[in-house]
Design a protein around this ligand. Structure first.
Ligand code: GLP
Length: 245
């Protein structure tokens, strides 16, 4: 795992965009895994800029979202499908319908998870997966305690995650869904490259575990230590609890 500590969110975005730009140069029809949350937003701005400048193109890219809330209707502004459409897909030249997510509106959620895993398998899984990290160490929505080799599944959000994400729901924790569908840790680990972005002091404990802790289901992101090509981009605040900082 490579750790890079940078000064600003913009520098992190630029470094992550460089990695994606070089992937798309080598493989214009790459499979890109996308993340939600606030951490990747500067990256999506940077990718949008580079696309407008003609430096990169998403014309032949297929995207797979990490996760989705259960219980939010189509078009809800905080539905992750809506988020990704608003913050990336509609701003670049990615084809409508080329960015996929697990179907959290399905009657049979277990089946929807199996279908999503099969769809990703058929696409050969991701060439590059963008990741954020929860304060409790989740990646995607893989909350602490689950198996480290899971496939796409239904998960239950922790109080910590629901309270962190309440800021997107007018501060109302009761409006935050209790369940989600998420790529499993095993699914995420099948991506050929992982790029995780974390900024701010509330990520410092999770980053300390990720980089220097033991691999444990209690801190799900630690499974990334087993990945042959994982890049972790953090600012000084998120690096604040690292011994080597
Ligand atoms: N499901 C998403 C995660 O994929 C994301 O990494 C996390 C961190 O969000 P933020 O970047 O806003 O701190 O938020 C949500 O829980």
């Amino acid at each position: 795992m490579e750790l890079v500590i940078l000064d600003t969110a913009e520098e992190i975005a630029s470094r992550a965009a460089d990695v994606i730009e070089s992937l798309l140069k080598d493989k214009p029809n790459a499979v890109l895994g996308t993340a939600t949350g606030s951490s990747p937003l500067p990256l999506y701005d940077e990718l949008t800029r580079r696309c407008a400048e003609g430096r990169i193109s998403f014309k032949d890219v297929t995207g797979f979202m990490l996760d989705e809330y259960v219980g939010l209707p189509e078009g809800h502004p905080e539905r992750y499908a809506t988020f990704m459409e608003r913050n990336l897909r509609s701003r670049v030249d990615m084809a409508p319908g080329a960015l996929h997510g697990p179907d959290a509106l399905a009657d049979d959620l277990e089946q929807a998870c199996a279908d999503y895993e099969a769809q990703m398998a058929a696409a050969g899984y991701c060439d590059l997966q963008i990741l954020g990290i929860g304060a409790d160490g989740h990646i995607g929505f893989n909350e602490p305690g689950g198996p480290l080799d899971s496939a796409t599944h239904v998960d239950v959000l922790t109080e910590q995650t629901r309270s962190d994400n309440a800021r997107f729901f007018d501060g109302d924790i009761d409006a935050v869904p209790t369940h989600c569908l998420t790529q499993g840790l095993g699914t995420i680990m099948k991506a050929r490259k992982l790029v995780l972005i974390a900024t701010g002091a509330n990520k410092a404990e999770a980053i300390a575990h990720l980089v220097e802790g033991e691999i444990t289901p209690d801190w799900p992101a630690t499974v990334m230590q087993n990945h042959p090509d994982a890049l972790v981009l953090v600012d000084h605040a998120a690096a604040g609890l690292l011994k080597q900082h």
